[in-house]
Design a protein around this ligand. Structure first.
Ligand code: AMP
Ligand code: MG
Length: 493
């Protein structure tokens, strides 16, 4: 059941080139798929007919019930370390890759469904997704995109007409998502764990061609591939820390080779700066705490390196380990470099001095335990450029900590010539004023589940332009009221 208007122009390299890496599959025959929202901007970028996506045929295709012309729906195989423990077989247990589409620039994207029913990888699960988590992923992905963080994006959210059992009865839903690809660290681990080295090599060649084509001609291309993935992850996690994002479930199956943020399950943004911030109900030991994310990225990259060792040096495994270890050891330098560059911009520095890392670290020391709203602090630091320190100081429980740091910062910006207006503009262009605050996200999801999409749509609109202050949006600027209490998130089920 398709319509001629629903033209995706699929070109499915994964299905074509990687036989044995997936199971061809079909979505569930849902009782009543209905399109709840379509990402018009993204659909337009992809050259899709937005009206056609909103038809019944669109709903059927976007839920997985019907197959669009040219699609090769399949469930991808992958493994992964979850909270440090290895599962040799995870895979798309409730998801399907429909195929790949190209945008006007010829950039390739996966079109993927999450919640489209059971697959051979479902293990004990029901293969379903429910509305709240689907809309959370939609909202967070769009917020991250607007914040210029590499990310998968929602194309549409569809309700299925089914009731799904979770902690209570929930509405079934499917997220149609677009990603540079769904290759994960765990995809490599799946074949490495089976010692299927020819397949690991085939996968690496595919990943290089798709995401790092500049490495095709490099002699040590698998080592260079590891290095390139590490660099993108360093840049990604540095961004997360600069905006206060906690992914929440950085398992190796949730780390994309492309360097995009993927799988918004229990993620959240911090209000108060706290390196130990954890929101996920299942992260009891704080493995994926806010400040622990760079170390976990490096840990995950070490698992990728292990899967690539026989490719790095086929004959001499000691040499392979030595080369990979050197590469992994460089992660901290990569990370510090990109993080420092980003932080310099946040505090209004155009130039670079050796002491900047200390200056930035002193800020974090000053903020720790002071209840400082992380997002508001950097916007208010721009006020201090013009000489008014009070708004920044007011965020600290003990204002002397802020005063001492501002003095250190002032001495530094005096050596970084820029007029005040230019410095303020530069800071406000990288320091968001609107982020997905947990209390707003929760309220938008709760009301959407009750059938009213208005708050969700409003919040999407606010988050689409995070850097420009707009009249009437004051309530989106601040942290949750105390009455909101500590926030807890649950895995995307
Ligand atoms: P996630 O926590 O969403 O990253 O998923 C981890 C693994 O569990 C993946 O292999 C998923 O496909 C699988 N999974 C999660 N939820 C379900 C579900 N409701 N039914 C089947 N498999 C699931
Ligand atoms: Mg996942």
């Amino acid at each position: 059941m398709t319509t001629s208007l629903l033209k995706f122009g699929f070109d499915n390299t994964y299905a074509r080139d990687l036989d044995g890496f997936y199971v061809l599959w079909q979505g569930e025959d849902f009782p009543n798929p209905e399109v709840l929202c379509v990402n018009m901007a993204l659909a337009n970028d992809l050259g899709l007919d937005t009206n056609a996506l909103r038809t019944q045929a669109g709903a059927d295709v976007l839920s997985g019930k019907a197959t669009a012309d040219g699609a090769t729906p399949l469930a991808m195989a992958y493994a992964g370390h979850q909270f440090g423990g290895f599962s040799a077989q995870l895979g798309d247990g409730r998801a399907m890759l429909l195929g790949e589409i190209l945008d006007a620039q010829g950039q390739r994207f996966d079109l993927h469904l999450k919640g489209s029913g059971r697959t051979p990888f479902s293990r004990g699960g029901d293969g379903k997704a429910v509305l709240g988590p689907v809309l959370r992923e939609y909202l967070m992905g769009e917020a991250m995109h607007a914040l210029e963080v590499p990310t998968t994006r929602a194309l549409a959210a569809v309700t299925t007409g089914e009731q799904v059992m979770r902690e209570g009865i929930k509405q079934g839903a499917v997220l149609a998502r677009v990603a540079s690809s769904h290759l994960r660290v765990g995809t490599f681990q799946f074949f490495a764990a089976r010692q299927e080295w020819a397949r690991v090599r085939q996968l690496a060649d595919y990943a290089i061609a798709r995401h790092y084509p500049e490495l095709l001609a490099v002699e040590d291309k698998y080592l260079a591939f590891l290095s390139a993935v590490a660099y993108r992850q360093a840049a990604l996690v540095a961004k997360w820390l600069q905006i206060g994002f906690v992914h929440g479930v950085m398992n190796t199956d949730n780390m994309a080779i492309s360097g995009e943020t993927i799988d918004y399950g229990p993620c959240a943004f911090v209000d108060t700066y706290d390196a130990g911030a954890v929101f996920s109900s299942i992260d009891r030991n704080g493995r994926y705490a806010f400040g622990n994310q760079p170390a976990i990225a490096q840990w995950n990259l070490t698992r990728l390196a292990e899967a690539l060792l026989p490719l790095i040096d086929e004959k001499d495994s000691d040499n392979a380990v030595r080369l990979a270890t050197d590469e992994l050891n460089r992660f901290t330098d990569h990370y510090t470099e990109v993080w420092t560059a980003g932080m310099r911009a946040k505090i209004g520095l155009r130039g670079a001095e050796d002491g900047d890392v200390d200056l930035i670290n002193h800020l974090f020391t000053a903020m720790e335990g002071e209840g400082v709203d992380y997002t508001q602090f950097f916007r208010r630091l721009a006020d201090a450029v013009g000489g008014s320190d009070n708004s920044a100081k007011a965020l600290f429980a003990d204002q002397t900590k802020c005063v001492a740091w501002l003095a250190e910062w002032r001495a530094r910006i005096a050596r970084d010539p820029q007029d005040a207006a230019a410095r303020i503009a530069m800071m406000n262009a990288v320091n968001p004023i609107y982020i997905p605050r947990n209390h707003h996200v929760q309220e938008a999801l709760d009301t959407a589940e009750a059938g009213d999409m208005a708050l969700f749509e409003t919040l999407l609109g606010v988050l689409a332009d995070p850097y420009n202050k707009r009249e009437g949006l004051e309530k989106y600027e601040g942290p949750a009221p105390d009455t909101f209490g500590p926030y807890q998130t649950f895995c995307g089920t």
